[in-house]
Design a protein around this ligand. Structure first.
Ligand code: FES
Length: 181
């Protein structure tokens, strides 16, 4: 199976800017404070973490202090303020993907690649977000989306391993796979 690999991209703030302008328009200071967490969730959804540039953009847009934004980012354990792995995989855990074997893929990631509770693989090559919803492409189940742009469908454990090895080779990262295949 050919799995396209894309280089890590720089942070593009334009999508976040658009979302903020469309949906985050506080009427007063109180409302601005209340919107910070939601705006940070948007950033994390877009980038896989909340980069400093995004935090500053949110503070500027809402008219709140950067300290307030970072205060909330560090208060909630779900937020990341450090970059995740070099690549990012949304792994679908919706009903169709679950039935088609998504759980096995998660076990491989945990047991063979040391995926931690944040979804980071031990060697930093990949961060995985197990998505408890539906990516909308159930005919590809079990499926993931790599680096926000490429669907990798009908994933078996073998193909997942091959994908990770390919990412490692492409990025020049030494493999430390301790699996038994
Ligand atoms: S349940 Fe995974 S794409 Fe729909």
């Amino acid at each position: 199976m050919e799995l396209p690999v894309v280089p890590r991209r720089p942070i593009d703030l334009d999508p976040l800017q658009r979302i903020l302008e469309e949906r985050y328009r506080p009427q007063d200071h109180q409302e601005a404070q209340e919107l910070i967490v939601g705006a940070c969730q948007e950033a994390q959804h877009l980038y896989g973490w909340v980069p400093p540039q995004a935090a500053h953009l949110i503070a500027e847009h809402l008219g709140v202090t950067i300290n307030r934004v970072y205060g909330l980012l560090t208060f909630y354990a779900d937020f990341r303020t450090q970059p995740p792995g070099r690549h990012y995989l949304w792994l679908c855990y919706g009903a169709a993907c679950y039935v088609a074997g998504a759980q096995r893929l998660i076990e491989v990631l945990r047991d063979e690649y040391g995926m931690d509770e944040k979804g980071d693989l031990a060697d930093g090559i990949l961060s995985v977000n197990v998505f408890n919803g539906c990516l909308g492409v159930c005919d590809l189940a079990p499926v993931g989306q790599l680096d926000h742009q490429t669907y990798v469908g009908h994933l078996t454990a073998e193909e997942l391993r091959a994908l990770i090895e390919r990412l490692r080779r492409n990025d020049g990262v030494e493999g430390s796979h301790g699996g038994s295949h």
